[in-house]
Ligand binder design. Structure first.
Ligand code: ADP
Ligand code: ADP
Length: 542
């Protein structure tokens, strides 16, 4: 080997064809002999949002700890640590020079939003108001609370918040601080599209109007595209080394990342491109009916929330996408189908076995991944299961770990595998994209589709990542109404009609990137935005 790779060469090369320039230089930091090394640093800029796009486990947190002045980089030398002056010398003449000088002088303050908001209740006792009031340094809290719709949960204990509420509270708490540097590690998990767009706007306003430096890691490409001014691509071998490239334009950064080839670096980071095939919405063949459900209604308590569902059918072998804001009754509908919840009106004696992956994955028993999965299916370890489930969901590496030690993304992949390994009439996955990186989302989408096709299975997927939905779904069921008050769902419909109805509610249109066909959100009121709205083509514009 060339001495970099611990296991298999990630470039699939015995003879190293093009060793990245960065790896020929010294790293910024190496944790120890043969330990993880980080090459390159992101360059935060005042007044700008800088994005990082890449997988987990390749040094984002390490980079941020360096930029926050918490970790003194050793430039790969362990015997004689270089100290900040030498680090500054190494960065003289780069975008980072001034920033590193400030870090050396102890002049940088930082606010950060952790990746896994589910863990916040473990470290905080108290209610939302108490948490937020501690962070209100800019006097912007009231506006943040208002725009992120946190008002209704201000007096609620942090322990009782849902994932989506925790995510919004964590974003507000971070943006309310008054610091030089803000780092947000994934803003979209558990948020619906409207909330994602709002969060992106608030982050942009902080950078633009307050002249702050903001660094974000985000895997929802449509949102990253809206959010960032410049982008660093991150690549490497998780656990072994990570490389953070020089800044690119957001469009080029995303396109190069997807293509698997970095132009400036002359570097292949993945054997195959991630294709954003521009397919016409799938036309649905007349499949048999799995289940026909009547008009349903359900309300909770004294009618604080009520849901109306128009009767419809779910077809055999289809992937039915379900979209709509949070708190609108999507999970309630799912529970009505399972018979775990009784309807007020409408007979749901459907006699369906449902395998369910909840939105908030809570598997954390003290049990190994392989033991857990083999307890669900006797297919475990078969060549079918290995190729169709374990491989696309990248489970091989984590089989021997304990469920309780898994990261959020790892837990998500195990939970998807567990759901698809069950034997059921209907497979229901709630937000499978949460905490997966871009490549994992595409792999998971493909695995779920193949599963439906090859196992003659029927799958329902609730998700807010619009591109993942497009990749996955044959038809779409759209929920709308007023969150937490009243929800309404129409019948499942074809993708084009469904996307148009859903995006019209949100007043968001998408265009296709010329080079890669990837969907991009149009600027509100731009010419394309107005034209597409006039034509009623919100997503599959010709
Ligand atoms: P990311 O934020 O991209 O998920 P991190 O920066 O947290 O990645 O970690 C990158 C790699 O560095 C991981 O393999 C991690 O195990 C390793 N690492 C992190 N901190 C230390 C440390 N203090 N000592 C040794 N290795 C570490
Ligand atoms: P979604 O899945 O679209 O986010 P849900 O179906 O989970 O929405 O919830 C819809 C509304 O019903 C929310 O306001 C939620 O707080 C409320 N709700 C859900 N379950 C219950 C329950 N068991 N009792 C009272 N209210 C509930």
């Amino acid at each position: 080997t060339c001495g970099i790779c611990v296991e298999k060469c990630p470039f699939d090369a015995i003879e190293i064809i093009n060793l990245p320039q960065e790896l020929q230089d010294e790293p910024v930091h190496r944790y120890g002999e043969n330990a993880f090394s980080l090459y390159g640093l992101p360059a935060p800029q005042e007044g700008q949002v800088t994005g990082i796009l890449g997988p987990n486990g390749i040094g984002k947190t390490t980079a941020v700890r360096i930029l926050a002045g918490e970790l003194e980089p050793n430039l790969g030398r362990h015997e004689e640590e270089p100290g900040w002056d030498e680090v500054l010398e190494a960065y003289r003449g780069t975008e980072l020079q001034d920033y590193i000088a400030d870090v050396r002088d102890g002049d940088i303050t930082i606010a950060r939003k952790p990746q896994y908001v589910d863990q916040i209740p473990n470290s905080f006792d108290g209610n939302t108001r108490q948490l937020l009031e501690r962070t209100d340094e800019r006097g912007a809290l009231d506006e943040l609370v208002e725009r992120l719709s946190i008002g209704p949960v201000m007096e609620q204990s942090i322990d009782d918040l849902s994932g989506g509420e925790l995510q919004r509270v964590a974003i507000a708490a971070t943006l309310a601080r008054d610091t030089d540097f803000y780092f947000l590690d994934e803003v979209t998990p558990y948020l619906d599209i409207g909330q994602r767009v709002t969060a992106a706007r608030l982050i942009r306003e902080l950078a633009e109007e307050e002249d702050k430096s903001v660094l974000v890691v985000e895997h929802d490409l449509a949102i990253l595209d809206l959010l960032a001014d410049t982008l660093h691509v991150a690549y490497g071998e998780p656990g072994a080394y990570g490389v953070i490239t020089s800044p690119k334009s957001v469009r080029n950064g995303i396109n190069e990342y997807l293509s698997g080839y970095l132009d400036n670096e002359n570097m292949r980071i993945r054997p195959n491109p991630i294709e954003f095939e521009e397919h016409a919405p799938r036309s649905v063949t007349r499949a048999d009916t799995l289940v026909e459900y009547p008009d349903l209604t359900k309300s909770y308590g004294d009618g604080e929330f009520s849901l109306e569902v128009e009767g419809g059918t779910i077809r055999e072998n289809e992937v039915l996408g379900v979209v709509g804001p949070n708190g609108i009754g999507k999970s309630t509908f799912a529970k009505l189908l399972t018979g775990n919840l009784e309807t007020d009106e409408g007979d749901t004696d459907l006699d369906l076995d449902i395998a369910y992956k909840p939105q908030y994955v809570t598997i954390d028993q003290h049990m190994r991944v392989d033991a857990f999965l083999s307890s669900i299916t006797d297919q475990f370890g078969s060549s079918y299961w290995n190729t169709e489930i374990a491989q696309p969901l990248q489970l091989e590496r984590i089989m021997e770990q304990n469920l309780s030690d898994l990261s959020g993304g790892e837990r998500q992949r195990v939970a998807i595998a567990a759901c698809l390994s069950d034997s059921a009439d209907l497979y229901l996955l709630d937000e499978p994209s949460a905490h997966l990186d871009v490549e994992q989302r595409v792999q998971a989408a493909k695995a779920i589709r193949r599963f439906a096709e090859q196992q003659d299975a029927t799958v329902m997927v609730i998700d807010h990542d619009i591109y993942m939905m497009d990749l996955l779904a044959d038809r779409l069921m759209v929920f709308d109404g007023e969150p937490a008050v009243h929800g309404r769902a129409g019948q499942p419909q074809e993708m084009r009609d469904g996307m148009n109805e859903f995006l019209a509610n949100l007043e968001v249109t998408f265009r296709r990137d010329e080079r890669t066909s990837r969907p991009r959100i149009n600027k509100p009121e731009s010419q394309l935005d107005r034209q597409q709205k006039d034509e009623g083509e919100y997503y599959y514009a010709p």
